[in-house]
Design a protein. Structure first.
Length: 460
């Protein structure tokens, strides 16, 4: 058996979900009306998800909301930690753009509550080394490991290691990105002339030197480069990963490979934006390098909707699994900064809501309807269950569509259930269209509302 092949028993299965934005316990509701969903998680040997938000006890929490958030200061009561354990989760990734919504105190509070509930969390920690390190779950069938990182984050999110007398900084495992806009050669020359026409203090010699070394033009803090010869002459953008950050993450993927039977690499990436359904090239490159360093599966999340699935040397890469829970409109409190966010007050639909006379639930529901997440696509996803043969190769991937009660009561919207058959088929058809350009074929059983991807043998 290759050292790169997972060492798992026959019929080993792992279930994966996307973002978990859970603001109230949901287990008892699911026990009443969604036992089929619970069975999907209960029957898997390993269940992995991405916890997005902060668990803070507002009665005892001594910290405060950070000045910057991942667009909304997501908050959950302590009870959700035990709820997630009761749902069957084993490993949770924590590196994402909401890791420090409630500051470093909120980060520690969240990790402490999750760990106290018996959950293993990766991607955040007291130092960068702790945030990058793999965490393991010793299950009856195999020892699994999770490495978590994010390419989307706020300025105070990255963790840092200590140096000499300087203490380390709590935070998340981040991979910095440098965004370069690609324009036609003619447009690049126009931008260069605008840059050079600026007053001297806006184009210092050091900036011109850096531009020359990187073969770019920097204008108003945005880098531009020429489209490659032969490429479609359409303005585009590429992302260049920070090499040191990438190397640190891959080092820990190798560590996980050397100490566990089964390795999961989780990547949180909103880039280029939430509306983009194609995985950016840097994310596909990151997935390939994670697999080359020992990952058995790459799980992506971030844009709150599905992206395609790709096979990489016999391992699946799910570029986005959308949402598993999307209960942001059921948060118990809203920060003043969120109430006063300028974008809401510029909306033609703004009604002059006031926190003295409007409940948080009313405000957040107005946001949902009039903001980004008013469509059903944000409330539809799948749970892939990856099943293995005794030789460590994937036998098949079963895709179980879920629907987050988009048309339901406000109190239940964002809570998952197995999708009704007609909605399930629609979800699978969309995912099939997104996966086909990546070389992945999804067989859809319209009678059961399930999808199947046949496995690919791993070469040795």
């Amino acid at each position: 058996m290759s050292s790169q092949t997972p060492k798992v028993p026959v019929e080993y299965s792992a279930a994966f979900v996307g973002d978990i934005i859970i603001t109230q316990p949901i287990l008892q509701l699911l026990q009443r009306d969604s036992t089929d969903l619970l069975q999907i998680l209960e029957q898997a040997d390993l269940v992995v998800g991405n916890f997005e938000g902060s668990i803070v006890d507002l009665h005892t929490f001594t910290g405060h909301p950070a000045a910057q958030s991942g667009f909304g200061w997501l908050n959950s009561p302590p009870e959700v930690a035990a709820d997630l354990a009761g749902l069957g989760f084993h490993l949770l990734s924590r590196a994402n753009n909401h890791s420090t919504d409630w500051g470093h105190e909120g980060l520690r509070s969240t990790d402490d509550h999750l760990r106290a509930a018996g959950l293993r969390v990766a991607g955040t920690g007291a130092t960068l080394s702790a945030a990058r390190a793999p965490v393991t779950h010793d299950g009856p069938a195999a020892r699994s490991a999770l490495v978590s990182c994010t390419t989307t984050f706020e300025g105070d999110t990255p963790a840092e290691d200590p140096l000499g007398q300087v203490a380390g900084r709590p935070g998340a495992s981040t991979i910095g990105l440098n965004r370069v806009a690609l324009v036609t050669p003619e447009q690049l020359e126009q931008l260069r002339s605008i840059r050079d026409a600026q007053v001297a203090h806006l184009r210092p010699d050091i900036l011109l030197l850096v531009d020359q070394l990187l073969e770019v033009v920097t204008l108003f803090d945005q880098q531009y480069a020429a489209l490659p010869e032969g490429a479609a002459q359409v303005v585009d953008a590429i992302y260049r990963m920070d090499e040191q950050d990438l190397a640190g993450v891959l080092l820990n993927v190798r560590q996980a490979r050397q100490t566990a039977d089964y390795v999961v690499a989780a990547v949180h990436a909103h880039e280029p934006n939430n509306w983009a359904t194609q995985a950016p090239s840097f994310l596909r490159d990151l997935a390939r390098q994670a697999v080359a360093n020992g990952a058995d599966v790459v799980v992506g999340h971030g844009p709150h909707q599905l992206r395609g699935i790709e096979w990489i040397d016999g391992r699946p890469a799910f570029y986005s699994l959308g949402n598993f829970c999307f209960m942001d409109n059921a948060q118990p409190v809203v920060t003043r900064s969120e109430w006063e966010r300028r974008i809401w007050r510029l909306s033609p639909a703004w009604t002059g809501m006031d926190p003295r006379t409007t409940t948080p639930a009313e405000f957040l529901e107005w946001q949902r309807v009039n903001g980004v997440f008013g469509e059903s696509v944000w409330f539809e996803s799948v749970i892939p269950v990856v099943r293995y043969r005794a030789d460590g190769c994937v036998e098949q991937i079963v895709l179980r569509p879920i629907e987050l009660r988009y048309d339901g009561r406000d109190a239940e919207r964002g809570i998952p259930r197995v999708a009704p058959r007609d909605i399930a088929v629609r979800i699978l058809q969309r995912l099939a269209r997104l996966s086909e350009p990546l070389g992945t074929r999804i067989e859809i059983d319209e009678a059961t509302g399930q999808g199947v991807i046949d496995g690919i043998t791993i070469g040795t």
